[in-house]
Structures are given as structure tokens and as C-alpha cells.
Design a binder for this molecule. Structure first.
Ligand SMILES: *[C@@H]1O[C@H](CO)[C@@H](O)[C@H](O)[C@H]1NC(C)=O
Ligand SMILES: *[C@@H]1O[C@H](CO)[C@@H](O)[C@H](O)[C@H]1NC(C)=O
Ligand SMILES: *[C@@H]1O[C@H](CO)[C@@H](O)[C@H](O)[C@H]1NC(C)=O
Ligand SMILES: *[C@@H]1O[C@H](CO)[C@@H](O)[C@H](O)[C@H]1NC(C)=O
Ligand SMILES: *[C@@H]1O[C@H](CO)[C@@H](O)[C@H](O)[C@H]1NC(C)=O
Ligand SMILES: *[C@@H]1O[C@H](CO)[C@@H](O)[C@H](O)[C@H]1NC(C)=O
Ligand SMILES: *[C@@H]1O[C@H](CO)[C@@H](O)[C@H](O)[C@H]1NC(C)=O
Length: 649
């Protein structure tokens, strides 16, 4: 009788029981260990199951490389039962993950609660060796729990095989009748296993319990206490713990508060009733007690609920360490656990060097610094580029050359600035001149050494007074013109210019001399976003060199980013400007015609220029231009002014 299920499909994988890969010359005597069986119905928990199981099995097999065990899986679904038996851990893990989960199917069928779980359990007990750990992954439905014959067969098998059955309930859509719950609890209790609601998060203890059950030698389990009763208010039970136990494994539900008192009078409590009361779940969990004291223990239970509690004891107290020299051995459950040290990988009996240099993520050499990685046995080191040093926690890190004068070649009075990414710079302080490696007093910054017509020029070793009228750079860019305005036809990247590289004395000159305008210039003029004009009037020749403020126009104002410049009028009538790089881009010094020609006194509105080879004051003919001034500086032509024309008549 199997709840209407069609015939099982039996798949037996016979794997080599000598499947251990061993290093040369490694010998160990194979022995049998606790077998593991997984019974799964259609719970969607496969992923978390295989993840947790893999961790436990890797850990157990690393500690006990010479132990063989049978791995059994039984999967149930509506139409068939699949069974696999193997001695190979990887095959086993693959069997568990093999079945992919079909959510659509699940949500359609979950309410049916039509799982022949009891039949599955019977098969699990039959085909698993004695003393197996049987984990039942279920969404909590046992449709055939009513089948009394099947149930009695299961009870007989539990008695005979002494296997531990843990039901891990993963889903809560199936309504569970009280009588169905009783069957789960009864089986869990009889087998010293558990009925565990996986919504609870104390799974760490649970998986450690499974690890212990799989680690223990065969025939080392003692059944110490099995209680299944109703507690009203308080219940006390004395149980005895024999000598030399390595662990007690307490599996219990959490509806009552448990207090244990050992023979020495020490006590500890287990109280997870809060979770039970809060969620109203049927919760059961496990705790481990290491090296319990021998003698009479007192269990005190408080609450008003049914109590299900099983206590197993484990004998066997020897270290089993076949650890590799580059593995550490730590104790677990009376056994040694081999774990490869940092820098090595393997199962603990074999540990191979990890080549950290093969993978950028396992070394920190190259992060910013261009260092190179050198593998060593168990570790690695970094050859760092210049300006970096190796620190094991961080890899190649910048050296602060400024922290120690022996690490930099700055002049002792220079300002040293460390730059991350391996470099530093030296700068002479204000009042000094030099490249930072060498600094000397800048005489030009020490009061007026030159007369007002000359500029003080500093060079290495000394200084000189230079007349900028005879020593300057000529700039003849036509795009500087105030009439060069941005519009839709020239609005493109190369229309914009920037004077970030200017430094020194300049004369603006095209066909004839130009000057910086003394009035605000609208934005998007002179080939830049921020055209620069001069706030103040131009000097006369006798004024010598004067200081002025250069202003950048922007939408918010005419003088948004002021900048200091100096100006001198030369006897020949042109101006020279001492300019510095503009504070921002795109920003340029604008120019317009120089209205005061040398030696000529042009009237307002007149410009000086050359017409027909004659230098003089002229007027601009705007009649032959479309909108006054055109871009590209095709300005109206200069011609004789009306007053001169009149005079000539
Ligand atoms: C359980 O599933 C079987 C096979 O699909 C079906 O014949 C039976 O009617 C189902 N029982 C219930 C109660 O849904
Ligand atoms: C279980 O048995 C009870 C009575 O013995 C019956 O009412 C119930 O329908 C049965 N449930 C199933 C799923 O067969
Ligand atoms: C465990 O005990 C059974 C008998 O109860 C015995 O046949 C078997 O060899 C024992 N196993 C080990 C590993 O001692
Ligand atoms: C263990 O690691 C050290 C370096 O830490 C190495 O020299 C030695 O060869 C390794 N031993 C084995 C057996 O691999
Ligand atoms: C201009 O000044 C610089 C720096 O003082 C100097 O090297 C150069 O000879 C001068 N040129 C002229 C034409 O005076
Ligand atoms: C112009 O400014 C410079 C420094 O910016 C200063 O040394 C010089 O004395 C100033 N000249 C005048 C005439 O104010
Ligand atoms: C130009 O300079 C004068 C005097 O320093 C000042 O009052 C005026 O506000 C400045 N003009 C602009 C547009 O900043």
C-alpha cells in the first residue's frame, strides 16, 4: 500500500568504495562510518540542502579521509520513487541537486498534500545500513500516515536499524492534522532524531549535530533519555551520564524551558519558547554539550505544553589526525580536524600551495601600483614599482617621500607634497625662486628694485630689470576679437579657446595694434565662454607699469573671476600686458582696436590703422557689412573720416 503511487524506478549507482584520491606513499586503513540517507519529497529546499550538506560532508571527509560510508538518496514525486546508493560523496551531492524545482508545478499541487512519505521512509530504512543518519526533507505532508500496516513496518525497522530520523520541514502550505503531527513526532522520538521546523534560524547547532552524528564511530551511540509527555507547569527528571562521554546531543522541541544541572551543580538553560510562542510553529532543535560530567544530571522543564526530548551520548575519545604538515589539526567531537593552512588548498590530508599570483583577486600586488606578484610556498610577495613599498595587509602602497628628507630631493626650504600613486612634488615657498629641488631668494618679490617703466625678471643666480616694450610676445589671434560671437553656425568645439598657458608680457597685434577692452563683454564672445576684459582705464606713457583687474564675464555678472594683470603704454603707442594663465577654461583675453594711435590724437569713434599704406586715424565703414560686424573678423573696412573728407574739399 503506497498511497496510489505507481511503481518505483530504481537506480543504483555502484561507486568505487576505494574512491579516495591519495598522495603518493599515503597509507591509511579504511574503516566504515555512519551512513547518510536523504529522503526528499517535493519540498523546494534542494538548493539550501545541498549547500549545507556539502559543507558538512567536506568537513567530515577532511577529518576522516579513511572512513567510507554509504550515501543513499530517495526522491518522491507523484509518479515515481528514485533511489540511488553510492560511496562517492560527489555522486551523492549530484544526486541531490539533480532534481530541478518546478515552481509552477509545486504551487499547483502543494495543496493536495499527496505525499507517500511514510512509504519513502520505509524504503529509506530498508536500504540504509544500521545506525544511519536519515534526513527527511519535506514540506510536511505524509498522506499515508493512516496506513497502520506501513506504520508498524516502519516502527519495526526503527527498532532493528537504530537509525536516527530527522524530519526537516521546509514548507507550511500543507495543513497538518494533529494525528499526522503525532506520527512525525513519534518516529522522531523513537529514533532519537527530530522533527525540525526549518524556519528557525538556529541551524548552526543542527548542522553541527549532523556533523557529529556522521563523525562518530559506529556503535558509539548511547541512548540516554527519551521523553515524550505533557508538561503542566513543572517536570523534573534525573538521568545518568556514564563516564568518558565526548558529547551529549540534546534534541528537543522548544515549547518548554529546559534547565540542566550537572553532577557538579553547574546549570544551563535552553529557552527558545519565545520563538515558539511568537510564530506558533512546531519547532525542534538540537544542542551539543561537550565532555559532559559523569553522574546524575537533573532535567527541569517548565511550561504548559507537550515535551519531546531525546538525549544521545557519544563514546569514543581518540584523536584521528592524518593531517598534512601544512594543515592544522583541531579537535571536534573527540576527533582531530585537518584544515589546510592559509595559502594552501586541499582536504587537510593533502595541502597544495595556492599560486596567489595566478588570480588578481587572491593577491593585492597590482591594485593601483603596477607591482608584480611573486608566488612563494604558502604565500606570495609583491615587487612594487618605484615610489611604492610592500605591506602584507595592503599590498603595494605609496611611500610618503615627504615624511623623511632622505626619501626626497626637495630643497630643504621647499614645500614637499606627497602624491598618492608613487610620486611627490617640490615647490619653492613664496618669496623664493626655483624648481623646488633648488630654491633661492626672489629679489623681484623684495620691494621695488626696478623703476616704474621696467619689470623685474628673476632668473637663476640673479635678476634683471626689463622694459616690456622691448621684450614681449606678440599675439595675433583674430578670434580674440570682441566681434567674434558664438552663434549656431560656429557653435562647435574648436571655436572655443583658452588662455591657460599664458605667462609673461604680451602685445596684441593684427593688421594694427589691439587692446583689451575696458568694458564688459557679453559671454560667448572672443572665442570663449568667459571673455576677459579689463576693469580700469589704460595708462599713459608716463604712468609706467600699472596694475589692473582683469574680469571674466559670466551670466551671473561681469566680473565673476577677477585676475590681476599689469599694463604699460609704450612710447610707440601700443600696449603691453603682463598676463597670467586664466583661472578657468574656456576663458580668453579679448581684444579690440587700439583707439589711441601712437603720436596721433584720434577723435572719439575713430580708430588708428593703415589705409593705402598711410598710418592714421580712420573711421569704420559699416555700410558694406550685414549685421555690423561679422564673425571671423571680416569687419567693416577703414576709410577716411568725414571730417578729413570735409577738410580735403
Ligand atoms: C494522490 O495522487 C495519486 C496519483 O497522482 C492520485 O491517484 C490520488 O487521487 C491522489 N490523492 C489525492 C487525495 O489527491
Ligand atoms: C485517515 O484516517 C481517518 C480516520 O481513520 C480518516 O478520516 C481520514 O480521511 C484518513 N486520512 C487519509 C489521508 O487517508
Ligand atoms: C557494530 O555492532 C554490530 C553489532 O551490534 C557489529 O556487527 C558491527 O561490527 C559493529 N561495528 C563496528 C564498526 O564496530
Ligand atoms: C609546507 O610549507 C612550507 C612553507 O611554509 C614548505 O616549505 C614545505 O615544503 C611545505 N610542506 C609540504 C610537505 O608541502
Ligand atoms: C627678454 O627677457 C629675457 C628674460 O630676461 C631675456 O632672456 C631675453 O634676452 C630678453 N630679450 C630681449 C630681446 O631683450
Ligand atoms: C602691482 O602688483 C605687484 C604685485 O602684484 C606689486 O608688487 C606692485 O607693486 C604693484 N604695482 C603697483 C604700481 O601698484
Ligand atoms: C570695477 O572696479 C571698480 C573699482 O574697483 C569697482 O567699483 C567696480 O565694481 C568694478 N566693476 C565690475 C563690473 O566689477
Amino acid at each position: 500500500m503506497r498511497g496510489g503511487m505507481s511503481l518505483s524506478f530504481l537506480l543504483v549507482l555502484l561507486c568505487s568504495s576505494n574512491g579516495w584520491t591519495r598522495t603518493e606513499g599515503y597509507h591509511c586503513k579504511q574503516r566504515e562510518g555512519t551512513s547518510l540517507t536523504i529522503l526528499m519529497d517535493e519540498t523546494p529546499a534542494y538548493h539550501s540542502l545541498s549547500y549545507s550538506l556539502e559543507k558538512v560532508l567536506n568537513s567530515v571527509s577532511a577529518r576522516f579521509p579513511c572512513v567510507t560510508r554509504q550515501y543513499t538518496t530517495i526522491t518522491l514525486d507523484r509518479t515515481e520513487t528514485n533511489e540511488t546508493i553510492t560511496n562517492d560523496k560527489s555522486d551523492f551531492l549530484q544526486c541531490i541537486t539533480r532534481k530541478s524545482w518546478d515552481y509552477a508545478y509545486y504551487y499547483k499541487h502543494m495543496s493536495i498534500c499527496n505525499q507517500s512519505l511514510l512509504y519513502g521512509l520505509k524504503r529509506a530504512l530498508e536500504i540504509s545500513p544500521s545506525e544511519s543518519l536519515i534526513l527527511v526533507y519535506t514540506f510536511g505532508c505524509m498522506a499515508d500516515y493512516n496506513d497502520t500496516r506501513l506504520l508498524s513496518e516502519v516502527y519495526t525497522l526503527l527498532e532493528e536499524k537504530k537509525s536516527q530520523v530527522y524530519f526537516l520541514r521546509y514548507s507550511w502550505y500543507c495543513k497538518m492534522e494533529a494525528s499526522q503531527k503525532d506520527v512525525f513526532n513519534e518516529i522522531a522520538s523513537l529514533s532519537y532524531g527530530g522533527f525540525i521546523d526549518m524556519r528557525m534560524t538556529d541551524n548552526y547547532e543542527l548542522w553541527r549535530s549532523f556533523e557529529l552524528l556522521l563523525s562518530k564511530p559506529l556503535n558509539s551511540t548511547l541512548h540516554l533519555l527519551n521523553i515524550c509527555l505533557k508538561v503542566t507547569e513543572e517536570y523534573t527528571k534525573v538521568f545518568s551520564v556514564p563516564t568518558s562521554l565526548s558529547y551529549l546531543l540534546i534534541t528537543r522541541n522548544q515549547r518548554v524551558i529546559l534547565k540542566f544541572t550537572d553532577p557538579n551543580g553547574s546549570t544551563f538553560a535552553i529557552d527558545n519558547t519565545y520563538y515558539y510562542n511568537y510564530y506558533n510553529y512546531y519547532v525542534q532543535s538540537s544542542n551539543l554539550i561537550k565532555t559532559p560530567a559523569e553522574g546524575s544530571w537533573i532535567l527541569n522543564a517548565r511550561g504548559n505544553s507537550s515535551l519531546s526530548l531525546q538525549i544521545l551520548g557519544f563514546t569514543g575519545n581518540y584523536l584521528d589526525s592524518d593531517c598534512h604538515p601544512n594543515a592544522t589539526c583541531s579537535e571536534f567531537g573527540g576527533y582531530g580536524e585537518c584544515t589546510c593552512k592559509k595559502g594552501f588548498s586541499g582536504d587537510g590530508t593533502t595541502c597544495n600551495d595556492i599560486d596567489e599570483c595566478q588570480d588578481d583577486y587572491t593577491n593585492n600586488c597590482d591594485y593601483y601600483s603596477g607591482g608584480s606578484c611573486v608566488n612563494t610556498i604558502g604565500s606570495y610577495t609583491c615587487n612594487c614599482s618605484r615610489g611604492y613599498k610592500y605591506i602584507s595587509e595592503f599590498g603595494c602602497v605609496d611611500i610618503d617621500e615627504c615624511a623623511d628628507s632622505s626619501l626626497n630631493d626637495c630643497d630643504p626650504i621647499a614645500i614637499c607634497r606627497n602624491h598618492y600613486y608613487g610620486s611627490y612634488t617640490c615647490t619653492c615657498p613664496d618669496g623664493y625662486y626655483g624648481d623646488g629641488r633648488h630654491c633661492e631668494v626672489n629679489e623681484c618679490q623684495q620691494g621695488t628694485l626696478c623703476d616704474s617703466n621696467e619689470d623685474c625678471m628673476k632668473y637663476i643666480g640673479s635678476y634683471s630689470c626689463v622694459d616690456p616694450c622691448s621684450n614681449h610676445t606678440v599675439l595675433d589671434d583674430s578670434w580674440r576679437s570682441t566681434s567674434n560671437k558664438a552663434n549656431s553656425s560656429n557653435y562647435q568645439y574648436d571655436w572655443y579657446h583658452c588662455d591657460y598657458d599664458l605667462s609673461g608680457w604680451y602685445r596684441f597685434k593684427r593688421e594694427y595694434d589691439q587692446q583689451i577692452p575696458e568694458h564688459c563683454i557679453p559671454v560667448d564672445s572672443c572665442g570663449a565662454d568667459f571673455p576677459i576684459w579689463m576693469n580700469g582705464s589704460h595708462p599713459t606713457v608716463s604712468d609706467g607699469i600699472v596694475n589692473r583687474t582683469a574680469c571674466s564675464s559670466w551670466y551671473v555678472g561681469c566680473c565673476t573671476i577677477p585676475n590681476n594683470i599689469s599694463v604699460k603704454k609704450c612710447p610707440e603707442g601700443f600696449y603691453v600686458y603682463k598676463l597670467q594663465s586664466t583661472p578657468t577654461c574656456y576663458s580668453v583675453y579679448c581684444t579690440e582696436s587700439n583707439h589711441s594711435c601712437s603720436g596721433l590724437d584720434c577723435a572719439p569713434g575713430e580708430e588708428c590703422g593703415i589705409v593705402d599704406g598711410v598710418h592714421g586715424c580712420y573711421c569704420r565703414d559699416s555700410s558694406n557689412t550685414t549685421d555690423g560686424m561679422q564673425l571671423g573678423n571680416v569687419e567693416g573696412k577703414l576709410k577716411k573720416c568725414p571730417r578729413e573728407e570735409k577738410e580735403e574739399k
